[in-house]
Design a protein around this ligand. Structure first.
Ligand code: AMP
Length: 218
């Protein structure tokens, strides 16, 4: 169902909090740009570009890709015509320098209007990440227990094969959660001070989270 959302919105939260699933759904329903730095990097890796080659070792180890690489990539993407009025940034910013660079890039009427913090206990995140599967063809996100496909490893939407992300292995997950705690969680205070932070209890079913999210994004 089409919805009216004209926000310039950052989705903030730990890996596995549901940012990608919700961003995809809201962006499709509202016909606004979904800017996922993780998806952009995975596309670069798949295409075998120099940027992809540089990013891959960081991603596979569960570490953040250096700020200057990510910032340049987002600045170019946000300048594209489809991102002029409204967008969802999913997975960016993840560090204080990234947040400051974003503020420096956007000004006045084009500044970030909403930051939504997806709150999920860490004990829940690990199970979400280890069971996550993504359709290699259409990008739909599934879960072996919480959101299974009708036929194992085959996407219900398009019939594509499901894959597990290389960084959804336990060693990389532990590192990603650590990077989140130390580098990304401080952004909550940064955005709270600026009066744009809104929080959602994302430890509920995706449909309940979606309905509340639409209200928070008004
Ligand atoms: P995601 O799909 O958002 O979980 O991102 C997957 C991986 O891409 C992360 O673990 C990082 O290695 C890298 N990445 C994505 N977004 C960023 C970012 N804003 N800053 C640094 N690295 C990022």
């Amino acid at each position: 169902m089409a919805v009216a959302v004209r926000a310039r919105c950052v989705f903030l939260g730990a890996p596995g909090a549901g940012k990608g699933t919700q961003a995809k759904k809201v962006a499709e329903a509202a016909s606004i740009a979904h800017i996922s730095t993780g998806d952009m990097l995975r596309a670069q890796v798949a295409a075998g570009t120099p940027l992809g080659a540089e990013a891959k070792s960081f991603m596979d180890a569960g570490k953040l890709v250096p700020d200057q690489v990510i910032i340049a990539m987002v600045q170019a993407r946000i300048a594209e015509p489809d991102a002029r009025e409204a967008w969802i940034l999913d997975g960016f910013p993840r560090t204080l320098p990234q947040a400051q660079a974003l503020d420096g890039t956007l000004s006045g009427a084009s500044a970030v209007s909403h930051v939504i913090y997806f709150d999920v206990p860490e004990s829940v995140l690990v199970g979400r990440l280890t069971g996550r599967r993504t359709c290699g063809k259409c990008g739909a996100i599934w879960h072996v227990d919480n959101h299974p496909t009708k036929v194992a490893d085959v996407c219900d939407n398009c019939g594509g094969g499901l894959v597990q992300r290389s960084d959804d292995r336990l060693e990389a997950i532990t590192q990603r959660l650590e990077q989140y705690r130390t580098l990304t969680a401080p952004l909550l205070a940064y955005y709270r001070e600026r009066g744009v932070l809104r929080e959602i209890d994302a430890n509920r079913s995706p449909s309940v989270v979606y309905e509340e999210l639409l209200n928070l994004m008004q």
